[in-house]
Design a protein around this ligand. Structure first.
Ligand SMILES: Nc1nc2c(ncn2[C@@H]2O[C@H](COP(=O)(O)OP(=O)(O)OP(=O)(O)O)[C@@H](O)[C@H]2O)c(=O)[nH]1
Ligand SMILES: [Mg+2]
Length: 327
């Protein structure tokens, strides 16, 4: 069923007729237990109205991503960042609840002679909470900066592995480092952020791979802000490895989204220019060259987004590839 929408910022996202049609469909389908609307943020009154009409929870991009973050936040820092990201949501709930009380409840009502209205009290509590979280985060980050300095003093080059969510960053780091837990020298870093993993390059140089939070296009702004401090670490790395899921139908869009997010971090030019792009999940790409030919040499030309390859290949396969890559 395809239905038209009004602009997402209108209070009701759907026209009246469409809303009725949707309501009938949703209420008549017991298997629908929640609805996801692909808009960045639903205004709280809109969400409430839709939930009242449909009798199931309604989620937007912000709440879904926040929920995933909440489930996956393991470190204290990540949990604090989620708590910080949740504040705008709590703020809009408070506002809408007070508005709901109508004229009766607004600024005319004071709580226990404090001279503060209910809304002011709630807003103050949220401000206090924000200040507390920011302070705790700052303490943690200060500790991390110190650890970072110690690490730099030990002179382990840092390789930040970045990329779109689910592209295979963690898998690559696992493959490059082996099982980190069984390497005693890693105990040294036990108190570091859990996303730092020591590995040895073929040249025998020990490097630290930093597993980073995945990128997502149109990630709600406040979430990006809360987590950007984690990504600031990328600025201090010696090399950035950009992992791409080249089997994904939107791989080019994902690449653009990651690059624009990296540019937004204000990284040094040298770091952006030396970035290594890893094409992951090639096994899922049908008709890939390695399956049909003996690839002898690959010379990647990053600025052209292309590669010069030397292969031994049958005439018929060569014909097919020429059609695929004209010019
Ligand atoms: N077929 C195939 N699957 C892969 C490959 N690399 C990773 N995967 C799978 O892709 C999924 C995501 O891999 P992860 O390493 O967790 O991806 P990630 O980039 O760390 O994801 P986030 O941490 O969520 O951003 C897992 O199910 C992996 O098994 C690959 O080369 N080929
Ligand atoms: Mg990962």
């Amino acid at each position: 069923m395809v239905v038209p929408t009004k602009t997402p910022d209108k209070k009701l996202i759907f026209g009246r007729g469409t809303l009725e049609q949707l309501t009938e469909r949703i209420r008549g389908s017991p298997e629908i237990t929640s609805v996801f609307l692909n808009v960045e943020r639903l205004a709280t009154p809109t969400k409430k109205d839709l939930e009242a009409a449909w009798r199931v929870p309604v989620f937007d991009r912000f709440t879904v991503v926040l929920h995933i973050f909440r489930c996956n936040a393991r470190t204290k820092e990540a949990r604090l960042q989620v708590a910080l990201a949740e504040l705008p949501l709590l703020r809009s709930h408070v506002k809408s609840n007070v508005a709901h009380l109508g004229g009766r409840g607004r600024s005319s009502r004071y709580t226990m002679g404090s001279g503060e209205s209910f809304l002011q009290l709630q807003q103050r509590l949220l401000r206090d909470r924000e200040a507390k979280i920011q302070k705790a985060l700052e303490r943690l980050r200060c500790k991390r900066r110190l650890l970072g300095q110690q690490r730099r003093r030990k002179e382990f080059p840092v390789v930040s592995v970045v990329g779109y969510t689910n592209c295979g960053k963690t898998t690559l780091i696992k493959a490059l480092t082996g099982d980190a837990a069984i390497q005693p020298r890693n105990q040294l870093f036990a108190t570091l952020d859990i996303t730092a993993h020591a590995g040895r390059l073929p040249s025998a140089l020990t490097v630290l791979y930093m597993d980073t939070i995945g990128f997502l296009s149109q990630l709600p702004h406040s979430l990006v802000e809360s987590f950007s401090a984690t990504l600031q670490d990328v600025a201090h790395s010696d090399l950035i490895v950009h992992v791409r899921d080249v089997s994904h139908p939107e791989t080019e869009l994902q690449k653009a989204s990651v690059l624009s997010a990296l540019r937004g971090l204000g990284l040094p030019d040298a770091l952006l220019e030396s970035m290594v792009e890893v094409h992951n999940k090639v096994d899922l790409v049908p008709g890939w060259l390695h399956q049909e030919a003996t690839v002898q040499a690959v010379d990647v030309i990053p600025e052209a987004g292309a590669a010069d390859v030397k292969v031994i290949i049958s005439d018929s396969a060569y014909g097919r590839f020429r059609k695929l890559f004209p010019g």
